[in-house]
Unconditional design. Sequence first.
Length: 280
Amino acid sequence: MQASSSFTELHEIIEYAESNADTILNIDERLSFYLKALEVSTKINMLGMHHISTGYPPEIRNLLGRASEVEGAIFHSCIARDYGFTYSQPRLVDFHKARLFVTSFFIENYKIMDRFALCEQLYKVNKDKNFLGVLAENKNVSFQPIIIFKALYNSILAQLYILADRENDALSSLMNASFFYGANIQFSAPITEQQAQSLIEIDISRRTQKANEARWQGHVEQQRRKYLELDKQRQSELSKKLSIKDVAMWIYNNRNEFEVEYETIRDHLSKARKGEFTNN
């Protein structure tokens, strides 16, 4: 079969091949179809693998779907959106080249290298080739290209390991892909308009609070000195030592022209007795 642009999605290519009664794909052929699907298109497989007709049980098809969904999320969050920023080169091309490299490297080495060695080598190659490094140009978004590449190659490895009948490696790769993607998005995504407004409101609230504290600082000192004077007066009148609660209640009931709450009077008086006349 000659793969063409009309079969750019992996599941469509394999579905076409296996629709022929005499066609049974072995692992190497299946991986080759995957690579061919990438070579003929710069589009990411956004539809996932849910409809792939390989005879896999539902849980395996679901795993393939999840892996492609993570890759799709990486593409949409880190590649497709530019947040109004113009990059020096097309990011879609870089993304495509990265996918091609990971797939080719896997096909060449998956039989002789374990998953950890594969990942280590992919990481080392990325340090030289700097796949997706163009993302660092946008100073408004603190995406880390190395972390994004790790998420990308793990999501691709998850799909490739399924095609290679290595489910445990596929699951481990998918978990790593989700972790790297989630960590990068959580700490690096641009602030939304709603988040920005919330931060502005918080900042205004803090500034207002500081201004109010400065404005009322003299008033607080005046109140506390007044309550301490009334405290001494009341204890002198009764010729006995009174508790803070007793004096505060007396002030609240008899000398409270500004209708200050009892708890506030009590707290002011308590601090005044300690010699604390300001909030500094």
